[in-house]
Design a protein around this ligand. Structure first.
Ligand SMILES: [Zn+2]
Length: 118
């Protein structure tokens, strides 16, 4: 799902998209001329491998997403939250979702009860 940067108003635009078995939905709201606030939720099932034995496991995902989308290079470092930059006047929500999913996948997971949590 792609949205034009300039179409995002102060009132906000709802969005919903999905990747693999994970749904990403929420609202995009204009914060300033070149910044849009993205508040949403990741919900679904993440399939990954146990870091000990390599067995496939399903992780239940239920996570709040709060980040800023910048139209072009983000120069300021005032903001303490994650900032994602786009360069073609377009906000690509699938790119945001895929990067969040990759971050989740890079965590360590263990199958329970075989390999346990520690
Ligand atoms: Zn295991």
């Amino acid at each position: 799902m792609k949205l034009l940067f300039k179409k995002i108003s102060h009132l906000g635009v709802d969005f919903e998209t999905s990747y693999e078995a994970i749904k990403f939905y929420g609202k995009l709201k204009r914060k300033s001329y070149n910044l849009v606030q993205c508040s949403g939720k990741l919900e679904g099932i993440l399939t990954c491998q146990c870091d000990k034995c390599g067995e496939d496991i399903s992780i239940h995902v239920d996570e709040k997403i709060d980040l800023l989308v910048s139209n072009g290079i983000y120069k300021s470092n005032k903001e303490l939250i994650e900032v994602i930059e786009f360069f073609e006047e377009i906000i690509d929500l699938d790119t945001i979702l895929r990067s969040e999913v990759e971050t989740l996948k890079s965590d360590y997971y263990y199958c329970i009860p075989k390999c346990g949590v520690d």
